[in-house]
Design a protein around this ligand. Structure first.
Ligand code: EPU
Length: 419
């Protein structure tokens, strides 16, 4: 079993370059199934979720070549199956995009029920509702989801809940449908815009991505032949921003879109950190002890749930009493149990947590319960007194590229060791 061993109390200093966004990449890869040809994808994060997705696509006939560490060419001309077994789909959540993409391409698809981080119930009713509105019949039984139709027809879809996955899945299924599809109450995350930009580069006609209403005018086919570069990862950038302040450091974060980071910049400034944003990079630095803040996680442009745990680490050592309300996922406070082992004073009640700021965390063996909890525990290890050991690294490797190398370059004393 691998673990990370971190010797703490090191202020992070220097520069870090942000990778392509995980949650955009895991939607763009299945979106290639809608193309009749070959395309090139750059700035692809080399993380285990992306490698797993490439394996799935290869299994059903895609030809994928890694041109460099972060670049592939992918040819989906000869896809020979529209069935993906549960052994494959349960490995990660984003496998649900195979349903929208294969339905769009083949007019029928069967995939095993998706897996992913345990964040509480993760329903997909809005995905199913969207496919049905487009004219498909959907059946969920024996661990499989099957969707089929004779013809997908443009329609109006009103999302009852703002959902990243359902918005992207509806776009995927609508791209090759007959006529115009309107997605109302759509999610607005930067990766929604990125998937729409990718599809448009390949010949789709999608307007309004990034707003509440997305219009997809169905086209006959998507042609390959183009190159697309994945948007920088807003959550990875936010993770390093929080780590810079929590460790009392001074870090320049390169290859990010600062516009996507507004809610995070605002919170870091609110607790007393300093941020200088300059278009595609920013400097984040510490001058005085941070203080309390209240946070409610919300869909974009609100404060992202995917940075809640990292921010929880910072609030656990900030002066005063802070409150976090998690409005997206039911079980996203599991990391607080690990922080409590490190001396943090946190009380969780349902979807809310109270953080009584203490002076310092003290090292302990801790377990990552999910991807972002893992990133938060790395920050905790970097700022804690003593040697922290972090287990369950598979969660972290799913979504952060070369994480310990990036932190090491900033001065963190972090090693991956085999136990
Ligand atoms: N929801 C429903 N019905 C649906 C879909 C969602 O009730 O059909 C609810 C969910 O239960 C949740 C809320 O709507 O309470 C939002 O869920 P959403 O569909 O937006 O989440 P997702 O698409 O499953 C993506 C990211 C998550 C991120 C959320 C919220 C991917 C692969 N995953 O999940 O990322 O937390 O959006 O921003 O894009 C992560 O990266 O660590 C991660 C968990």
């Amino acid at each position: 079993m691998e673990k990370l061993v971190i010797t703490g109390k090191t202020p992070l200093k220097g520069e870090v370059t942000i990778s392509g966004a995980k949650n955009a990449a895991v939607a763009i890869l299945p979106a290639t199934l809608l193309i009749n040809g070959k395309c090139r994808i750059e700035n692809l994060p080399n993380i285990s979720d992306v490698r797993s997705y490439c394996d799935i696509l290869k299994e059903i006939g895609a030809k994928i070549e890694w041109v460099s560490e972060n670049e592939i060419t992918i040819d989906t001309t000869k896809i020979d199956s529209n069935k993906i077994p549960i052994d494959t789909t349960r490995k990660f959540r984003a496998s649900y995009y195979l349903l929208g993409a294969l339905l769009g391409r083949c007019k029928s698809a069967q995939i095993g029920v998706p897996g992913g981080c345990n964040l509480g119930p993760r329903p997909i009713d809005q995905h199913i509702k969207s496919f049905e509105a487009l004219g498909a019949t959907v059946d969920v039984s024996n661990g499989n989801i099957t969707a089929k139709t004779k013809k997908l027809k443009g329609t109006s879809i009103y999302m009852d809940i703002v959902s990243v996955g359902a918005t992207i899945n509806a776009m995927l299924a609508a791209v090759l449908a007959d006529g115009i599809t309107t997605i109302d109450n759509a999610a607005k995350e930067p990766h929604i815009v990125d998937v729409a930009n990718f599809l448009n580069t390949m010949g789709a006609d999608i307007r309004g991505a990034g707003t509440d209403i997305i219009k997809v005018r169905g086209v006959k086919e998507l042609k390959g032949g183009s190159t697309y570069s994945v948007v920088p990862d807003q959550i990875e950038a936010g993770t390093f921003m929080i780590a810079a302040i929590a460790s009392k450091g001074d870090v320049i974060i390169k290859n990010c879109i600062t516009k996507h980071l507004e809610s995070i910049i605002a919170k870091i400034e609110e607790v007393g950190g300093n941020v200088d944003a300059n278009g595609d990079h920013l400097r984040v630095w510490y001058t005085k002890r941070t203080h309390k803040a209240n946070i409610k996680t919300l869909p974009y442009p609100g404060f992202p749930t995917d940075l809640q745990a990292q921010m929880g680490v910072l609030l656990s050592i900030s002066e005063g009493t802070s409150y976090i309300n998690e409005s997206i996922w039911e079980s996203r406070f599991q990391y607080t149990q690990e922080l409590i082992k490190m001396g943090a004073k946190i009380t969780v009640q349902g979807k809310s947590a109270v953080f009584e700021g203490i002076n310092e965390l003290v090292a302990a063996p801790v377990y990552a319960s999910d991807l972002r909890a893992g990133a938060a525990l790395i920050i905790a290890g970097i700022i804690a007194k003593g040697k922290t050991e972090i287990y369950n690294l598979n969660h972290i490797d799913r979504g952060y590229e070369n994480i310990e190398e990036k932190f090491r370059k900033l001065g963190a004393k972090i090693e991956r060791v085999e136990e």
